[in-house]
Design a protein around this ligand. Structure first.
Ligand SMILES: Cc1cc2nc3c(=O)[nH]c(=O)nc-3n(C[C@H](O)[C@H](O)[C@H](O)COP(=O)(O)OP(=O)(O)OC[C@H]3O[C@@H](n4cnc5c(N)ncnc54)[C@H](O)[C@@H]3O)c2cc1C
Length: 379
């Protein structure tokens, strides 16, 4: 099978093989181990998962966005953190191959595709989350390139990554217009990883932070110049909203199936739980929102693939799917009684992950702002 003929069915088979090899229930229980997470991403890479969308001419698979979103969904049904880790590393390979000249991007892209290198994208700082234009990590042009100074926090894969896409301010006081993006390597002088433990929610996403102290990025390591970086970041975040929504669909789908099966088995007062209307309506409510979230995700992914305006749909898909996950995952956990809390099921992990999903790549409030601005335009 050539790269270009790989369709959704073949991708799902690859994914199944990856899950069987690297996502045993035991390996998802923790405790967090950087070496294990690195190994897991290397296995994901060996199945092509870190190059899904990367163009064929750069060694990737050139799959459409909707396939990436579907794989993100299936992976998250087992573990949101792993899904985020794989997709974020693939995004770095995609961005580098898309925006840098081939002779520069080839320093990292083959390594990212093979799993030898791991990537991450760093916008957030201790003082700038939702308000990304307020980043204070700054880049000063010098004779040898750009000298970077600042701190990034809450970055997926930062605990284990080798290649960082770092957004930094080049002209303090200019906000979005002065922001540029640089490729930063963890192995070079001036880079220091944070020792902070961060969170056990989505621990397998290896979320962490780092600081840059006089780190020098060479002139050809500027990924996006000022004036373009902010726009490019928003474009990437738009796509990210849809796959995060897809991940919520995956978590809901898996949890609904697990609760439904449990309800057939578990007897109370002489009958299976599923015989009680009060019990099964909890699942029916989840099924309604799951269907709607899935349809929104599909429309938004299709709009991206067709090059249509997708900003509004992406925001709506993420608001709806994350809210559905926040509402129904705890209900499904509850529907299983104490059994739902067992670590051998993913439900408790999914509940915490849903909270992460509402924040990353645009919080619910930021998205509602975006949707209301679009209402003004169309009203
Ligand atoms: C596990 C995890 C992984 C992450 N991975 C990455 C990553 O890979 N790269 C990266 O760059 N970032 C990452 N983030 C950071 C994430 O993007 C931010 O958490 C998000 O942008 C929100 O920023 P904040 O947490 O600083 O919240 P704040 O911006 O401080 O907001 C706090 C709360 O106030 C609300 N709020 C803020 N402003 C307004 C307003 N104007 N009106 C109404 N409500 C408002 C927000 O919605 C939020 O609920 C990650 C976060 C987590 C938790």
């Amino acid at each position: 099978m050539t790269h270009s003929t790989r369709g959704l069915t073949q991708w799902l088979e690859q994914l199944e093989r990856f899950c069987a090899q690297a996502l045993s229930p035991d390996s998802l229980l923790g405790p967090y181990d950087a070496a294990c997470e690195r190994k897991r991403l290397a296995v994901a890479a060996s199945f092509g998962l870190t190059g899904i969308q990367v163009a064929l001419e750069h060694g990737g698979f050139g799959a459409p966005y909707s396939i990436k979103a579907r794989l993100a969904q299936e992976l998250a049904s087992l573990d949101f953190g792993v899904s985020m880790a794989v997709i974020n590393s693939q995004n770095v390979a995609d961005d580098l191959s898309r925006w840098l000249p081939a002779d520069v991007s080839k320093r990292w892209v083959p390594g990212l595709l093979s799993g030898e290198l791991i990537g991450c994208t760093a916008l957030t700082e201790p003082g700038a989350g939702s308000d990304f234009s307020a980043v204070t990590t700054h880049a000063v042009q010098t004779s040898d390139g750009w000298r970077l100074q600042g701190e990034k926090t809450w970055i997926i894969n930062a605990k284990i990554a080798d290649v960082f896409l770092v957004y930094a301010q080049t002209q303090p006081g200019t906000g979005a217009a002065g922001i540029a993006a640089f490729v930063v390597e963890a192995k070079r002088e001036g880079f220091e990883r944070s020792l902070d433990a961060f969170t056990s929610a989505a621990a397998s996403s290896s979320t962490g932070g780092f600081s840059l102290q006089g780190y020098v990025a060479r002139p050809d390591e500027m990924l996006h110049p000022p004036g373009q970086a902010f726009k490019r970041a928003l474009e990437s975040i738009n796509g990210a909203r849809v796959y995060v929504a897809a991940m919520c669909v995956g978590m809901l789908q898996a949890s609904l199936r697990i609760a439904q099966e449990y309800g057939q088995r578990r007897q109370t007062f002489g009958q299976p739980l599923a015989q009680y209307q009060g019990w099964r309506w909890m699942l029916a409510e989840a099924a309604v929102d799951l269907e709607a979230a899935g349809a929104l995700v599909q429309s938004a992914a299709q709009a991206i693939d067709q090059g249509n305006q997708s900003q509004d749909l992406a925001a709506k898909a993420k608001v709806f799917a994350t809210r559905a996950a926040q509402r129904h995952l705890p209900a499904l956990l509850h529907a299983m009684g104490a059994e739902g809390l067992r670590d051998s099921y993913p439900l408790l992990r999914h509940v915490a992950a849903a909270q992460v999903a509402t924040l990353v790549d645009g919080s619910t409030e930021m998205l509602l702002e975006r949707i209301s601005k679009n209402l003004k335009k169309t009203g």
